[in-house]
Design a protein around this ligand. Structure first.
Ligand code: EPU
Length: 345
């Protein structure tokens, strides 16, 4: 029995083309690749890590910049399954395996009568990747709906359940992103979806939508979010991209006020404690980047925060473009941009 498990877990493919496993569509090859879909593979995977194997866990590949050669055992997560774990007084606790497609999961929850994730519709990627960067959109951050994360800890060699507080969530950040790659394999995520559902409609784009007036139901919000995203963001199946390439920078209110004196149209939001978030897309747009192209890569023509691969681009091309964008925003506004996707070598 044990040898069977070991064989399955080390059933790796060599020199694998990753270009269709990353939404930027970058040319990339993995030294080795292993498909993970069942917990019985974990002991053998743990043994490999203890022998010094370097692993990188890949979900939908929608928040990564893959080097041309990834010198690691790439563990591609494809585990499936969704179940209602409990019905508490205030919430449905729903568990989804890490390899489930995020958007399909959001839709499934709505169909089951478990609303609460509709603002996060159409975000590419998997359920297991969602907590890593604490996905967020249209006024909702994932952490507001997380009950706990079930993960394999390679440092402890066992499965652990981390409460939302233990996940160390921040804006597009978590302990899973901060800890060294290869420390964690997220197995499943448990969501607390409110039984007393109320719509989240504060985001400017959403409250501008006429058909959301009155008391919209979750399905209507889901549709509105899908429509807005389709208008602004390129479909990765058509044009390679990794969503927002930079985080919206957080600055002191005084710096924002000074910038606003010079740039009255500057877009910013208060985030508390005397701090403000600036719209990075607006800053990049003002520097004239929207729609510009540099060889195989470029800046999207409807959202300057999104870098795109027109075909044949590599991590080097993306890095060069990102560096040039950061330099021009720094020079013009004195603001430092931080990259959102993780670089994998
Ligand atoms: N803007 C411009 N020019 C541009 C892009 C944006 O002037 O080229 C302005 C817009 O007019 C708007 C403001 O900047 O006034 C903000 O733009 P938008 O509402 O499109 O949102 P964002 O701040 O660019 C963030 C998230 C997105 C998320 C949207 C909606 C980050 C880094 N990005 O984008 O998340 O979908 O809000 O909530 O926080 C992602 O993380 O991959 C992502 C797509």
């Amino acid at each position: 029995m044990l040898s069977l498990i070991v064989d399955r877990a080390v059933d790796r493919q060599r020199n694998v083309d990753l270009s269709s496993f990353n939404t930027l569509g970058l040319s990339s090859r993995a030294r080795d690749l292993l498909v993970y879909d069942d917990v019985t593979q974990l002991p053998a995977l743990q043994a490999l890590v203890e022998q010094g194997e370097r692993i990188f866990v890949l979900g939908g590949g929608s928040n990564v910049v893959l080097a041309e050669q990834v010198d690691a055992l790439v563990v591609k997560v494809e585990s499936k399954g969704i179940r209602l774990v409990a019905q508490q007084d205030d919430a449905y606790i729903v568990e989804a395996q890490a390899g489930e497609c995020w958007h399909d999961f959001v839709q499934h929850c709505l169909n089951q009568g478990w609303p609460g994730l509709e603002n996060l519709a159409l975000i590419p990627g998997t359920v297991g990747a969602a907590p890593v960067q604490n996905i967020g959109a249209y006024g909702l951050e994932l952490e507001q709906r997380i009950h706990s994360v079930l993960a394999w800890s390679f440092t402890e060699g066992q499965e652990v359940e981390l409460s939302a507080a233990q996940c160390g969530f921040a804006y597009r950040d978590s302990r899973f992103k901060r800890d060294p790659a290869g420390n964690w394999l997220i197995l499943a995520v448990r969501f607390a979806l409110p039984r007393q559902w109320t719509p989240v409609l504060e985001y400017p784009d959403l409250n501008k939508q006429a058909y959301l007036a009155g008391e919209p139901d979750p399905q209507t919000i889901f549709q509105a979010v899908c429509d807005i995203r389709r208008q602004k963001l390129p479909d990765p199946r058509v044009l390679g991209n990794a969503g927002s390439f930079f985080k919206n920078p957080v600055v002191q209110a005084e710096q924002r006020d000074a910038l606003k004196q010079q740039w009255p149209n500057l877009v910013s939001y208060e985030v508390g404690q005397g701090q403000c978030k600036l719209a990075a897309g607006w800053l990049i747009d003002q520097c004239g980047w929207k729609g510009r192209r540099d060889g195989a890569v470029g800046v999207h023509d409807r959202q300057a925060l999104v870098l795109v691969n027109h075909g044949g681009g590599t991590a080097h091309d993306i890095a060069r473009l990102a560096q040039a964008i950061r330099a021009s925003v720094r020079e013009r506004f004195g603001v430092e941009l931080e990259q959102e996707p993780v670089v994998v070598t």
